[in-house]
Structures are given as structure tokens and as C-alpha cells.
Design a protein around this ligand. Structure first.
Ligand SMILES: Cc1ncc(COP(=O)(O)O)c(C=O)c1O
Length: 405
């Protein structure tokens, strides 16, 4: 028997994303990167200095920084009117990613069903499966990614344990409306389900959109696990500081799991988190403004070269752009050509879709909307966005459309 057969079933089903092949192509072609969801511009100096000073002050050992919990409790009260006990209701973890995984392990037993909205950020499913849970997808309706209450309600069974909600949403930039949140909250209460929210883009919303935490809806405080992190709000995705906020008995379970897996989040960056979380209101206002300008820039750019933009991002820093109507390429083929011919890389949308369409249907070229979207990340410097614009505009044909062949 081969040595590979000794791998666990979890390892065998946790494979690299097919998008990695495109990453290699992008590197070989030295393409401008509008694929990855992290900034290519410097992190705020006041936060970087706090981390450097924490290292120099020898905050270099395992550590739990209680001040983070105190600050988060204050922020939850200010932003959402939530009463969070900083001593019992918060677990500091290594990014939202670990907080989410620990939350899933804290509540999901083998066979439990977990509802997710489709399209979805890729990492949720792996965690749910590792815990033995069964992901059940509820498709949001394009082009505005609207929640269909009927479809959602019909997805519940007696095995449904939890609903996952990511708002503001990756990859679409959707901010779930109050009405939609009320539907989700109502269902969680009547079906006696828990919710895990991913709120990493909580501070990145545009125009008059406001992020509302599901936990703040009637009946939800006691059944919601909020997860978030420093990563996106402060542009420090590599620091790996995040948190879960939950009723005390769940937060305690998450802390226990976190301690067994990673012990603690990086000590100097936890210290710097204290400074980050106390950033003045100006910081959050300019964060929104800067990203709104970038959103406007990329929407105009891509609409100008023929993409169909029926839904303008309301939050997060992604644009989920639909291929031009007459384009016969699939999303993956289009991205390959975008890399080769334009020298720009983005992410094919198919990786975010998981719906239950039969596989022969999904394998037909361009047969469904799941193969017609491309995700562009606009968390990039103006220089990067302008360089991408220059490359795309170079390929415009006489009719003013991007000519890929
Ligand atoms: C929706 C969403 N959740 C979570 C993460 C990861 O967050 P963290 O760096 O805190 O683990 C990302 C990163 O792209 C994301 O887009």
C-alpha cells in the first residue's frame, strides 16, 4: 500500500484551490495582481509603530491581552448596542480564520447541517467538513444577490444546526439589508438554530450603507457567534489577530479549542491591536472614503471596457463583475487570457459557487451564471489600479471593448 494512503480522509479532501494554477501563470507573466484580498499599500504607521515597540518592550511570549476584549466590548456597545462581557464572552484567536474554525468545532457535530449563502468565501466549507458537518447552500439571486426567503426557509431540516452569514460579503460586495437580516434572524429563532457571522469587512461600507450585526436583532444575541479580525480594517492580514464574540458558554468552548490548537495569537500584534482598536473616528471615516474612491474607479474602469456591472459593491473591497454579454469564454478561460494578453490577474468566480446544480450542467461551457463572474480586488494602491487600467485600455478594440481572443 502506498504511503499516501496513510493520509487521513480530511487531508485527502483538503486539496489546493484550482486557482493556484492561475497564480503560477500570473507570477510567470508578472501580472498586476487584482486577485488577492489584501492591500499592496503600507499599513497605518501608528499601528506598525505599536507592534515594533511591543517587540522591543519584550512582549514576545505566549500572551492573552485582556485589553483587546475590553475595547471590543466597548466597540460592540457603540456600533450595535450589544452588551458583551469582556471577561467571559470573547475569545482572541489567530485571525477570523481560526476564530471561525474554532467556532465551528465548538458547535458542530458529525451530521449537523450548516446553511451557507452561495456564492461564499471559500474557507467555510472546509472547516464545516472537518468537523463532520454537512454544508447546505442557499443560492442568492443575481444580479443583486438578493436573499429569497422561500428558498432559504425550505433549506432548513431537523438537522440544521447553524447558519453562516458573511456581511459585507466576499465575493459580491453585498451588504445584507435589515429586511434580509430579519428573515435570517426570524428563521434562526423559530428553527432554534445558531448563527456564525463573518464580519471582517464591518468597517468597509459605501454610500449610505451601514453594517448591521445579525447579533443585534431580537432573539439573536444568545444564538450568534460574531467573528472578525484586525486583518481588513487595519490592513494587516499577516498579523493574525482576530476574535469570536459569543454567549459565555460558547466563547469558553472556543477559547478551549483555540488554546489546544494555537495557544495564543501573536503577542506583539495583540499589543498593537490595543492601539488599532482605539483608532479615532477619523480613521474609520477615511478608510471608507478611500475604499469608496477605489470602488468607483474600478467600477468605471471595468464597465468602460465592457464588463456588465449590474451590482455596485456596497461594502468589502471586491467587485464581482459579469463577463461581457457576447463573451463566449468561461470565467476561468477569461482570466487565463486576461493574464496572458492584458497582464492583469483576477479570480474566476466559479470558485465561490457551490450550488447543487448537476455536474453535467455545471460542465457545459457558459451554461450558467456561476461561470460568468470574475472577482476583482480593489484593495490596491492608486498606482496599481492605474497600471491595470493602462493595460486593459491598451487592448480595447475599435468598438471600445476589451478584445481578448
Ligand atoms: C470574508 C472573509 N472572511 C475572512 C477572511 C480572513 O480573515 P483573517 O485574515 O482574519 O483570517 C477573509 C480574507 O480574505 C475574507 O474575505
Amino acid at each position: 500500500m502506498s504511503m499516501e494512503s496513510k493520509l487521513s480522509s480530511v487531508a485527502k479532501t483538503t486539496t489546493p484551490s484550482p486557482i493556484q494554477e492561475l497564480s503560477h501563470l500570473a507570477q510567470r507573466c508578472n501580472a498586476i495582481n487584482l486577485a488577492e484580498g489584501f492591500p499592496d499599500f503600507p499599513a497605518p504607521p501608528h499601528i506598525k509603530n505599536a507592534a515594533i515597540s511591543a517587540i522591543n518592550s519584550d512582549f514576545n511570549q505566549y500572551r492573552h491581552v485582556q485589553g483587546i476584549c475590553d475595547n471590543l466590548a466597548n466597540l460592540m456597545k457603540e456600533m450595535h448596542g450589544l452588551d458583551v462581557d469582556p471577561l467571559t464572552d470573547i475569545a482572541i484567536c489567530c485571525g477570523q480564520s481560526e476564530a471561525f474554525a474554532a467556532a465551528v468545532f465548538a458547535i458542530i457535530n458529525p451530521g449537523d447541517e450548516v446553511l451557507l449563502f452561495d456564492p461564499a468565501y471559500e474557507t467555510y466549507e472546509g472547516c464545516i467538513r472537518m468537523a463532520g458537518g454537512v454544508p447546505v447552500y442557499v443560492a442568492l439571486d443575481p444580479p443583486c444577490w438578493t436573499l429569497d426567503a422561500d428558498k432559504f426557509m425550505k433549506s432548513f431540516t431537523s438537522s440544521t444546526k447553524a447558519v453562516i452569514l458573511n456581511s459585507p460579503h466576499n465575493p459580491t460586495g453585498k451588504v445584507f439589508s435589515k429586511d434580509e437580516l430579519e428573515i435570517i434572524a426570524g428563521a434562526c429563532c423559530t428553527k432554534d438554530c445558531l448563527a456564525i457571522t463573518d464580519e471582517v469587512y464591518e468597517h468597509i461600507t459605501f454610500d449610505s450603507e451601514k453594517h448591521i450585526s445579525l447579533a443585534s436583532l431580537p432573539g439573536m444575541t444568545n444564538r450568534t457567534i460574531i467573528t472578525s479580525s484586525l486583518s481588513k480594517t487595519y490592513g494587516v492580514t499577516g498579523w493574525r489577530v482576530g476574535w469570536a464574540i459569543a454567549p459565555a458558554f460558547i466563547a469558553s468552548a472556543i477559547r478551549n479549542i483555540h488554546t489546544k490548537i494555537t495557544d495564543s495569537a501573536p503577542a506583539p500584534f495583540q499589543e498593537a491591536a490595543l492601539i488599532a482598536l482605539r483608532s479615532p473616528p477619523d480613521y474609520f471615516e477615511s478608510l471608507k472614503k478611500e475604499y469608496e474612491l477605489k470602488r468607483n474607479y474600478i467600477v468605471n474602469l471595468l464597465a468602460g471596457v465592457g464588463f456588465r456591472i449590474q451590482f455596485k459593491p456596497q461594502g468589502s473591497f471586491f467587485l464581482f463583475a459579469e463577463l461581457p454579454e457576447d463573451c463566449l469564454l468561461s470565467d476561468v478561460e477569461y482570466v487565463k487570457e486576461l493574464i496572458r494578453q492584458a497582464g492583469v490577474v483576477a479570480v474566476p468566480g466559479c470558485g465561490f459557487f457551490h450550488s447543487n446544480l448537476p455536474s453535467e450542467e455545471l460542465s457545459k461551457p457558459c451554461s450558467s451564471y456561476q461561470k460568468r463572474y470574475i472577482r476583482f480586488a480593489f484593495c490596491k494602491s492608486h498606482a496599481t489600479l492605474a497600471a491595470a487600467a493602462k493595460k486593459l485600455v491598451k487592448l480595447l478594440d475599435a468598438s471600445g471593448y476589451l478584445k481578448l481572443h
